[in-house]
Design a protein around this ligand. Structure first.
Ligand code: SF4
Length: 255
């Protein structure tokens, strides 16, 4: 259970104070308030890299948590190595899916079962992303994200700090909440922050290799994620609880 806690009222007042502050001020508040009990959680996309760079300048030994789904693009694995060298004092922690769960899924539905239905896609995300993240968040009182309000409709109302009732009411800190994508790129370029080379190939949101592709001109930035799905959320369940009707329990029962 969390060690440093806030209730809705306390955090609501802090959220009002921080909402018009710069990302670095919000990050400094998080680092000073939670110490070793806060971590950046990132898949090393452009927004997470901006947060990591800002945090590193304030506290180099910041914790950096990532989930390796086992299906990331080779370019992302190579990029993560580059990041580890660029920020040598940061403490990187990688969480993996439960091997037995992955085995059961693959044996029942195949290596690419996620293409067969939205339910099987969400189940794969649940096993490979959501569950490892739950283990990671069990050991922190707060987490930094790279979420922005303009990324997707489900993120339009996020605050810079909010109580994360999906994860033990720990504090979720979104320092870039009111930034645009252009502002993030401006920061990255001005500060020579490394970025995943897939962005130069037309990717605008980078996840697992089989579920991500570059976008076409005029498409939404997250259109390249799970592009074959229609009427499904462009979310994996990490940041936005997805109403599944409990399918994961039903599918688990037959696995
Ligand atoms: Fe599985 Fe695709 Fe989700 Fe990755 S993005 S966890 S491969 S469904």
């Amino acid at each position: 259970m969390p060690q440093i806690t806030f209730d809705d009222l306390e955090l609501g007042e802090i959220a009002i104070e921080l909402d018009d502050q710069e990302p670095q001020d919000v990050i400094r508040w998080g680092l000073e308030t939670f110490g070793d009990r806060v971590a950046i959680v990132t898949s090393f996309q452009i927004d997470g890299m901006a947060v990591l760079d800002m945090a590193y300048r304030i506290r180099p030994n910041v914790r950096v948590i990532t989930v390796d789904t086992g299906r990331l693009p080779q370019e992302t694995y190579a990029f993560i190595e580059e990041v580890r060298e660029r920020y040598p004092e940061a403490r990187f922690e990688t969480f993996f899916p439960d091997a037995a769960e992955v085995e059961r899924y693959v044996n029942a539905f195949g290596f690419n079962g996620f293409y067969k239905s939205v339910e099987l896609r969400l189940l794969c995300c649940h096993i490979r992303k959501v569950q490892p993240l739950l283990r990671a968040l069990a050991d922190v009182d707060a987490w930094f994200t790279g979420l922005r309000r303009d990324q997707w409709a489900s993120r339009a109302a996020i605050r810079k700090v909010e109580l994360d009732h999906d994860h033990n009411a720990i504090v979720k800190i979104n320092p870039l909440a009111d930034w645009t994508e252009e502002e993030v790129w401006e920061y990255v370029r001005a500060n020579n922050v490394p970025y995943n080379p897939l962005y130069d190939q037309g990717y605008t949101s980078i996840g697992c290799a089989p579920c991500t592709r570059p976008i076409q001109p005029g498409e939404d930035n997250r259109a390249g994620r799970w592009w074959w799905e229609t009427n499904a959320p462009k979310e994996c369940g990490i940041h936005c609880p997805i109403e599944t009707g409990g399918f994961e329990h039903e599918v688990h029962a037959i696995l």
